[in-house]
Design a protein around this ligand. Structure first.
Ligand code: IPM
Ligand code: MG
Length: 358
């Protein structure tokens, strides 16, 4: 029997509620399957840890999780702590040193979920956004001088390396190749940003030569928002910079019906370091502690984790269970217009896991 060691980092806000739901579901899945199990090590890092210790995670934090098979992450963000501190102190402090350069964000309209787009009910919207996750606008390059004086100046420099661009575009082409449509859209802003974005376009054209069976096109990010709304069925796999894909993936999640169901994988494809799986939704302090957080984003992220671990059957079983449950409006949490609670959705998914294929 294979035992996977998972580092669970609930983080802040509703992170605790959704991660414990995720752990329950993963354990149920392992029991149902019988050929693997999980050991979860939980780490209390985040905003409350910061208030006690002056940092978001211990200095040797990464050493404590480096040998785990995967990381299940809730959210980082605290109302009393500036967002750039929570982000750089925890999430980016894991993603960047662990070289999780491929951030993968699938978007689909799950059964029972209503898209705000008229005439779009499901199959027309089936995308995977590949977000560059290690450099670009999130490189952390820049500075501030003359603070407090009228001469104050500040810069945030986007930094793109040819290696970083080539590896994410190659990753995206491979992913596009594995999907039925075999189509990739490369997003830039190479009309206005005339250096790095032009390099993206050049690298995309070069890498495309390695994938003659994948069709591809280019979009400017502003026009891309229009295409996502007006012609969702013309898109399949999408690759964009760190910031552009951050914005596009929020739009994608909204068009698919709710941020509460959207998943993410932060992958280190070479497997030199553990990869990290997390719901997109964030800490949502307005509903924290009320027991109404939507755990589906965490469940779907767990599907991605199972795929990464090589447990394809269990991943498919969990995805089928999620879709059966979203298909039942009685299992919709308030973000989907329902009255179900986190525990109801979790219990329904576990029941579906145990009932499926019997
Ligand atoms: C996301 C989030 C984060 C990001 C925030 C919380 C800093 O919006 O994962 O999309 O911008 O990377
Ligand atoms: Mg975002």
């Amino acid at each position: 029997m294979t035992t996977y060691r998972i580092a669970a980092i609930p983080g802040d806000g509703i992170g605790g509620e959704v991660i414990s739901a995720g752990v329950e579901v993963l354990d149920a899945l392992a029991r149902r399957d019988g050929s693997f199990s999980f050991t979860f090590d939980s780490f209390d890092w985040g905003g409350e840890y910061y208030k006690r210790n002056g940092r978001m995670m211990p200095e040797n934090g990464r050493d404590l999780i480096r040998d785990h098979d995967a990381i299940l992450f809730g959210s980082a963000g605290h109302p009393e702590i500036p967002d750039h501190i929570t982000l750089w102190g925890l999430r980016l402090a894991i993603c960047q040193p662990f070289d999780q350069y491929a951030n993968v964000r699938p978007t689909r309209i799950l059964p029972g979920i209503t898209s705000p787009l008229r005439h779009v009910s499901g199959p027309e919207l089936d995308w995977v956004i590949v977000r560059e996750n290690s450099e670009g606008e999130y490189a952390g390059v820049g500075g501030r001088v003359h603070q407090g004086s009228p001469l104050e100046a500040a810069t945030d420099v986007s930094m793109f390396t040819r290696l970083g661009v080539a590896r994410i575009i190659r990753f995206a082409f491979r992913l596009a190749q594995s999907r039925p449509r075999r189509h990739l859209t490369v997003v830039t802003k190479s009309n206005a940003q005339r250096h790095a974005m032009v390099m993206w376009d050049e690298v995309a054209a070069e890498v495309a030569g390695e994938f003659p069976d994948v069709t591809w096109d280019k979009m400017l990010v502003d026009a891309m928002t229009v295409r996502m709304v007006m012609k969702p069925d013309s898109l399949d796999t999408i690759v964009a910079t760190n910031l552009h894909a951050d914005i596009l993936s929020d739009l994608a999640a909204a068009l698919a019906g709710s941020l509460g169901i959207a998943p993410t994988a932060n992958l280190n494809p070479e497997r030199d370091f553990p990869s990290m799986f997390e719901p997109i939704h964030g800490s949502a302090f307005d509903i924290t502690g009320k027991g109404v957080a939507n755990p589906v984003g965490t469940f779907w992220s767990s599907v991605m984790m199972l795929e990464h671990l090589g447990e394809a059957d269990a991943a498919a079983r969990l995805m089928a269970a999620i879709e059966r449950v979203t298909g039942d409006p009685r299992c919709h949490t308030p973000d989907l217009g329902g009255t179900a609670r986190t525990a109801d959705v979790t219990a329904a998914v576990i029941a579906a896991i145990n009932g499926a294929n019997d």
